[in-house]
Design a protein around this ligand. Structure first.
Ligand code: ATP
Ligand code: MG
Length: 418
């Protein structure tokens, strides 16, 4: 490892002394200059200004030697946007095995092209593009983190008044049972595994997509949602639709036809479809739907078939990125992702979204929840039949008109009216 430049060309003094052709009496040592250093929970980053003949290739060749010399887990050297400046990343912990709890979202999402996702294998934040995207497939063996990631995404998006979300959970016998019960207040339409309800919902979603295309020019002045400067907005929200355990309905030709049509056309209408299933092989998710998703995400899986189905044939060229290697408990929540904005496969660790946080954020932002226009199915969870915590207000009927009177907890509890 020789990360310095030994300059033996004669100096002005050497030339003055008559040493014009020979090498200098003493060499000048040029060391790449440390421009900036930062530290985080995973390690340190150093920005280094390179010198002649000691640049990116030389630093890359010295990665292993640097890791040994510094006694750190791993060192990676990458170029930066500035010519002559490289970044040396030294990791002391593995970001993929560190479980980090998701923090409450600090503000509503405004950049729809870069929704925060979590740290990648080098501890650098990565993002998910929803802007200009049709949707994503989410694969992963049971218990590897698909639903937790979906809850995290709902929690990240919830504080924005410019998004509406719908969820169908193939695992839930009824809408208010299971994983999405806590976030229900922020979900416009919540469905369980009932096939007919899912068909009705998707039929309504297809109609809404077509209605958006019909109205878009008149109301937004564009032909495609993401070209608009005034959308997403509360009037024209992004519609995020999650079908968790989507294999539940994919044997039904109506669901397949509706989902394929929506997936193919929804990008320009501002609709983003998320299809989560444990093994996204063609028997669980037909390829004509799966292959149109703009993002593919795969949590740990046990077979190559499942990994390739989720992430595409390209994964064969990057075996080190295979989610097969992550089939251990400490890698729960580690996703391998590829999309049209990333330069290849990336692995990241999803911050763990607890159900408590998800429910708190959903309650705090419930006032943003609106119906998807024209869709009535899956609204039962928003019409609450729970006992009121405050005393019921007694109603007094005066000449056929309802008039609010004083409260009377005892009579209210007995259900008496006067
Ligand atoms: N990002 C994460 N960090 C740490 N642990 C996680 C993470 N995500 C999930 N887990 C752990 O894994 C468990 C299972 O996660 P989750 O319910 O999301 O799995 P799943 O892939 O949806 O499984 P299934 O296919 O059975 O529904 C969680 O209860 C949690 O303990
Ligand atoms: Mg799940």
């Amino acid at each position: 490892m020789k990360l310095y430049l030994e300059d033996r060309s004669p100096s002005i003094k050497d030339r003055w002394d008559g040493r014009t052709t020979a090498s200098a009496q003493s060499a000048r040592i040029l060391v790449p200059r440390l421009v900036r250093a930062t530290a985080d929970i995973y390690g340190v980053s150093l920005w280094v200004s390179t010198v002649d003949t000691v640049g990116l290739p030389e630093f890359k060749a010295a990665q292993v030697a640097l890791a040994n010399a510094w006694r750190v887990r791993e060192v990676s050297v990458t170029e930066t946007d500035t010519p002559g400046l490289i970044r040396v990343r030294a990791l002391v912990t593995n970001p993929l095995t560190c479980t980090v709890e998701m923090a409450p979202p600090p503000c509503p999402v405004t950049d729809w092209g870069a929704v925060p996702m979590g740290p990648d294998m080098w501890g650098d934040p990565i993002t998910l593009p929803i802007k200009d995207a049709s949707g994503m497939v989410v694969g992963g063996n049971p218990g590897t983190g698909k639903t937790a990631w979906c809850l995290g995404l709902i929690t990240t998006l919830a504080p924005s008044d410019s998004v509406q979300m719908a969820v169908a959970n193939g695992k839930a016998p009824a809408p208010m049972i299971g994983d999405y019960r806590g976030v229900a207040p922020r979900i416009s339409h919540l469905l369980g595994s009932d096939l007919e309800e899912v068909v009705e919902f998707l039929t309504g979603l297809q109609a809404e997509m077509n209605r958006r295309y019909t109205l878009m020019w008149d109301q937004l002045g564009v032909d495609s949602f993401w070209e608009s400067k005034s959308a997403p907005s509360p009037q024209w929200p992004v519609l995020v639709v999650l079908l968790d355990e989507c294999q539940t309905w994919m044997q039904d030709p109506r669901v397949v036809d509706l989902t394929a049509d929506i997936e193919a056309k929804c990008r320009g209408a501002g609709i983003f479809l998320i299809l989560a299933t444990q093994k996204p092989t063609d028997n669980n998710l037909p390829t004509r739907i799966r292959d149109l998703c703009t993002t593919s995400l795969c949590f740990p899986v046990r077979t190559t078939a499942a990994a390739i189905a989720a992430l595409g044939e390209g994964l064969r060229e990057y075996p080190e990125m295979s989610p097969l290697h992550r089939m251990r408990p400490e890698f729960r929540g580690v996703g391998t992702i590829i999309n049209e904005t990333s330069s290849g496969y990336t692995q990241f660790k999803a911050p763990f979204c607890t159900r408590t946080l998800a429910a708190q954020v959903a309650h705090a932002t419930a006032h943003y929840t609106r119906d998807f226009p024209g869709i009535t199915v899956g609204r039962g969870h928003r019409i609450t039949a729970q006992a009121p915590s405050a005393p019921v207000r007694k109603l007094r009927v005066v000449r056929g008109e309802k008039v609010t009177a004083s409260t009377h907890p005892t009579s209210a509890r007995r259900g008496s009216t006067r």
